[in-house]
Unconditional design. Structure first.
Lengths: 384, 162
């Protein structure tokens, strides 16, 4: 029998359609069909200036907007050869890690909901709301903050927000204990996740899987450690890995990751340096607003950057970050003009999803839901 | 930088005639190779015990219209063992095809389908070369430089035949 799962199915986490060929309740073949959310971002970016492409990146993985911004601006900064001030780097790390916690909270809530544990979702969204309130105060936006700029940040942290982050960081470890009390030793949870969707190390690498899904299979690869960016080498954190590579291992890996993210946020807050929040590079960054209103040269500079953008050197760069789902990379080819010649987005969910068929073939139909939840895809970045 | 890179050194030893160009820009090494050798080179980089490029981070196509050969296929490799990255590039003409690297990294299956869908580069020995983002029956390849950003596509029905 062939059944069609999605694209309007709550457990596929977006508009994913999977055609399942069944033998009784066993899956013989699974074929994912993508593209329902394809917005042509790579093509779109070719007709925009480098600054204008930043808001596009928020809409890739919409649960991890800060991380997406970071990957893109890092790539452009690498192309230009700009050094970002230390304070901006630390605030970037702070925001990226808060965003990772928020993204993992959505994953945990929806994953548990799919399997039948509904309570957790309400807990998770309570904490996520705290983080989104912080983002709102810092950047003005909640889901799509577009906070980062090429060369630094759009604005400094507002007054009083550090205390709010501190309060969140102190309270969060207890919340993780709450989640664990509901799931980790829960018999139903263990029966639904242990030994399900097992994925070996070799397969995971061959399928280009990254992020918690790869680490769940026991490969210690994290872009933050392997290719440190934005001062990650100055923070103390570990990379949790799994042993079996099943749904349960991926669950544990993500929980531990949230704890480490929380620790990184704490460290970043403690050591937050003082100083400028954006590089002073007249080619690229906007002049201070006061100068624009009083000084003609600054006004011209602002006008030129906004209307025309800047002209990076010819060349090609690849920069990546550890986003909440895995390695998010931007490959920019520049022909020396003010728009990218080609902007290729390497999204983690796309590669992770390509492994879905391999993970679920031969398993029960009920496990498909558990496995899709455990690889944590967001269709916004699969389809781009 | 290009002299000290182990992968470049080993490639030059093993394939002395097929390394067309080695470039370094912003600490990234790019090696250009001919299209016919690509599978051999990828196999070597994947299996060599000192290099171990087990992860194909990305594979994408580039359109250099109106140059010939028109397309370029770009491979981003990553070694989890040694924490090294390497970029391979090869040129493909408009009416030509390039051999698939699916036998080395399985993820190439989807990446190559994407390049086929959006740029129209065809891959030999690919197990399932279909469109991936756009529907079957769609005309044209949107990431090509001569494909308009807006225009002819908009008056066509968006409903695919199932």
């Amino acid at each position: 029998m062939t059944i069609n799962m999605g694209p309007q199915h709550p457990a596929t986490h977006g508009v994913l359609r999977v055609v399942l060929e069944l033998d009784g309740e066993i899956i013989v073949k699974a074929t994912p069909h993508l593209g329902h959310l394809h917005r042509g971002m790579e093509k779109l970016a070719e007709s925009k200036t480098y600054h204008q492409a930043i808001p596009l990146t928020d809409r890739l993985d919409y649960t991890n907007a800060m991380g997406n911004n970071l990957a893109y601006v890092l790539a452009v900064e690498k192309l230009l050869g700009i050094e970002v001030p230390k304070r901006a780097q630390y605030i970037r790390v702070l925001m990226a890690e808060l965003q990772r916690i928020a993204a993992h909270l959505i994953w945990l809530g929806t994953h548990a909901l799919d399997i039948g544990a509904m309570t957790l979702l309400l807990y998770n969204f309570r904490e996520r709301e705290d983080i989104l309130r912080i983002f709102e105060e810092v950047a003005g936006g909640r889901l799509t903050p577009t906070y980062l700029r090429i060369g630094g940040l759009s604005k400094d942290l507002p007054e009083g927000v550090e205390e709010k982050i501190k309060a969140f960081v102190q309270a969060f470890p207890d919340h993780i204990k709450e989640y664990e009390a509901l799931l980790t030793k829960n018999v139903i949870w263990m029966k639904r996740t242990k030994g399900v969707g097992i994925f070996s190390k070799e397969d995971a690498l061959s399928f280009g899987v990254t992020g918690p899904t790869l680490r769940g299979s026991g490969v210690k690869y994290d872009v933050r450690k392997a290719f440190p960016y934005s001062s990650y080498e100055e923070f103390d954190f570990e990379i949790p890995i799994g042993t079996v590579g099943d749904v349960y291992d991926r669950y544990i890996v993500r929980l531990r990751e949230m704890e480490w993210s929380n620790a990184i946020v704490e460290q970043a807050l403690e050591r937050l340096p003082k100083g400028p929040i954006i590089a002073n590079d007249p080619r690229v960054t906007l002049p201070p607003k006061d100068d624009v209103l009083s000084d003609i040269a600054s006004l011209i500079r602002q006008f030129k950057i906004v209307s025309e953008g800047f002209y990076p050197p010819q060349g090609e760069v690849y920069a990546s970050v550890e986003a909440s789902k895995g390695e998010l990379g931007f490959y920019i080819v520049s022909d020396g003009s003010n728009r990218p010649y080609r902007l290729r987005i390497r999204t983690p969910s796309f590669a992770n999803l390509s492994a879905l068929s391999k993970m679920i073939e031969g398993s029960l139909i009920a496990d498909v839901i558990a496995v899709i939840g455990s690889i944590d895809i967001v269709l916004g970045e699969v389809d781009r | 930088m290009t002299e000290t890179n182990l992968a470049v050194k080993k490639l030059k030893e093993k394939f002395p005639n097929s390394i067309l160009e080695v470039k370094a820009f912003r600490n990234e090494v790019t090696v250009s190779v001919p299209k016919k050798e690509i599978l051999e080179i990828c196999r070597f980089l994947h299996s060599d015990s000192d290099l171990q490029y087990h992860l194909l981070t990305d594979l994408c196509g580039l359109d250099h219209f109106p140059q010939t050969p028109r397309f370029e296929v770009v491979y981003h490799l990553c070694s989890v063992k040694t924490n090294q990255r390497l970029r391979l590039k090869t040129r493909v003409g408009e009416s030509e095809s390039i051999v698939s690297v699916e036998s080395v990294w399985k993820v190439a299956n989807w990446y190559e389908r994407e390049a086929y869908d959006l740029l129209g580069i065809s891959f030999e020995n690919h197990s399932d070369l279909r469109r991936i983002m756009l529907w079957d029956g769609y005309e044209g390849h949107p990431l090509r430089k001569d494909f308009p950003v807006e225009g002819p596509d908009f008056d066509k029905p968006f409903v695919p035949e199932v």
